[in-house]
Design a protein around this ligand. Structure first.
Ligand SMILES: [Fe+2]
Ligand SMILES: [Fe+2]
Length: 170
């Protein structure tokens, strides 16, 4: 069994995807604004940490090794998600009539994005693996940065996301 912190990069990123999928399912089943609000905050935390470690470590490592269009689209998809994340972090579930809809649309966007990363053969992870990236070394870097970010975000709150590919529209 893989030890925590000893996963290769793809196993770590895929596990993050499963964690977020599970949280979205919990959100769908949850009743009560307080509970939904709490799960939505967890989703935003997980996704913010995940997008940050991908953009700081994994995506740059893919630069020049995988299809350029796919990588560029991934950054734009992250930014699309960040706009909704910023909205959800601001909303309190009670005064925002669109709160549930925003979480639902975020879920749909993430499902699409995860598919682009995980798709067999032509997906980003498959291309990165085929290009011979050192997944063990990257896995260690991702895990270490993730620990730092989770600690920071849990103590100071999830910061308003920074867009990478477009001027702030929020
Ligand atoms: Fe991802
Ligand atoms: Fe991603």
């Amino acid at each position: 069994m893989a030890q925590a912190g000893k996963q290769d990069a793809i196993a770590l990123l895929k596990q993050d995807h499963r964690t977020v999928e599970d949280l979205f399912e919990q959100f769908e089943k949850a009743s009560g604004e307080g509970r939904k609000q709490k799960i939505a905050q967890e989703i935003c935390l997980e996704l913010s940490v995940h997008a940050t470690i991908e953009e700081e470590i994994f995506y740059p490592a893919c630069e020049g090794k995988i299809e350029e269009d796919l990588l560029k689209e991934a950054y734009v998809e992250h930014d699309g998600a960040k706009i909704l994340i910023a909205q959800i972090l601001e909303g309190d579930g009670q005064s925002d009539d669109f709160f549930d809809a925003k979480v639902k649309v975020l879920q749909e966007q993430i499902e699409h994005h995860v598919e682009e990363e995980e798709k067999r053969l032509e997906g980003m992870f498959s291309q990165a693996r085929a290009a011979g990236l050192d997944m063990d070394a990257l896995g260690e870097q991702l895990a270490a940065r993730k620990v730092e970010l989770v600690e920071t975000f849990k103590s100071t709150g999830v910061p308003k996301p920074t867009l990478t590919t477009m001027d702030a529209a929020i």
